[in-house]
Design a protein around this ligand. Structure first.
Ligand code: GYE
Length: 327
């Protein structure tokens, strides 16, 4: 089933649409949060198969414990359909507020609209949903996360300079239909379009996962042995690709120059070892910002619809100082 913003709003809020104007007054108000001593906070995680996700979950758990609030945690195990069901169960349990990392941009729209209809405030953390179907500040309280377009842009800038504007690139994309995969691609392409020598010769999804990244890279590299660089949307796929390169007798960092995103321990170490050129940070530690936003909502303050994290760029010049805090 496909959703348009209009029919979701009709289903979700039972609102009348007047003529062709898409009038939305009947459901304009966002749910609010009553001030209490402690809250029951739902956190709907996408999957737990990589260090980024584990660090994010730990950060939520730590912050809940610190404040003495209850955390209702679910893990969708890589299924958008399960994640929708997880949110539904949080609504049924009447949690006070829901933190959601929507696995993909479109399939999670019903979960967002159902929370709104149930009067439960929702904050999207790390990933976003399709803004033509549900909007931050209108359909959910806010999005807190990185600027993925900028991340792709920064990765492209460092790689392009290092390659003197000439590369035959393999791209490993993140989960198909997820906001980081869409935006990291857009940001990278935006930068390289000014450099005709920077050419993507093969591009496929490795689902943000190490083993999938290894398999997909192996296949693409066999078909394109002329590749000189890799742009990978996350560190786990990068580590998989490095294993594939080494198995093929190639030297990562020499035969293929690598740009990656996240900032895991493994990637930081790979920079130190000369295997990776650049890693753009994507900070997973959302607990403090997400819980502060909840407290602000309870104080009756309106949240900024987009709260953007600042990401650093790690290369061999600065990565040693970062390594101790890497996840
Ligand atoms: O880069 C990846 C994770 O949504 C920003 O998801 C996040 C991405 C992150 O699985 O490692």
């Amino acid at each position: 089933m496909t959703y348009s913003r209009r029919n979701i709003l009709q289903i979700g809020a039972g609102a009348a649409l007047i003529g062709g104007f898409g009038f939305r007054a009947a459901y304009a108000a966002l749910p609010t949060l009553k001030k209490k001593d402690s809250y029951k906070v739902g956190f709907a995680q996408t999957e737990s198969n990589n260090p980024w996700r584990l660090a994010q979950t730990q950060s939520m758990k730590d912050e809940a414990a610190k404040r003495g609030w209850q955390l209702v945690y679910t893990d969708a195990a890589g299924s958008a359909a399960k994640q929708v069901a997880d949110v539904r169960s949080m609504i049924a349990q009447k949690v006070d507020v829901i933190l959601l990392s929507p696995r993909e941009e479109k399939p999670l729209i019903p979960a967002v609209m159902e929370a709104k209809k149930a009067g439960i405030p929702m904050i999207l953390v790390d990933r976003n949903v399709d803004q033509s179907l549900a909007k931050a500040g209108e359909d959910y309280a806010a999005f807190i996360g990185s600027d993925f377009i900028k991340e792709g842009n920064m990765a492209a800038e460092v790689l392009t300079k290092a390659m003197g504007g000439k590369a035959k690139l393999i791209e490993l994309q993140g989960t198909t239909g997820s906001s980081p995969a869409n935006d990291r691609k857009t940001g990278f392409m935006d930068y390289i379009k000014a450099y005709p020598g920077m050419e993507i010769i093969a591009s496929q999804s490795g689902d943000f996962a190490r083993d999938k990244g290894r398999q997909v890279f192996e296949t693409l590299y066999q078909a394109h042995p002329e590749a000189t660089a890799l742009y990978s949307h996350n560190d786990e796929m990068t580590m998989g690709a490095i294993a594939a390169m080494e198995a093929a007798g190639k030297v990562p960092g020499k035969d293929l120059i690598i740009a990656t995103i996240d900032g895991t321990k493994d990637a930081a170490q790979a920079i130190l070892d000369g295997k990776v050129l650049v890693c753009v940070e994507c900070n997973p530690k959302f607990g403090p910002a997400a819980f502060a936003a909840i407290a602000k909502m309870a104080d009756g303050e309106k949240l900024a619809p987009r709260l953007v994290n600042t990401d650093r760029v790690f290369t061999k010049e600065n990565v040693a100082a970062y390594l101790p805090e890497a996840f």
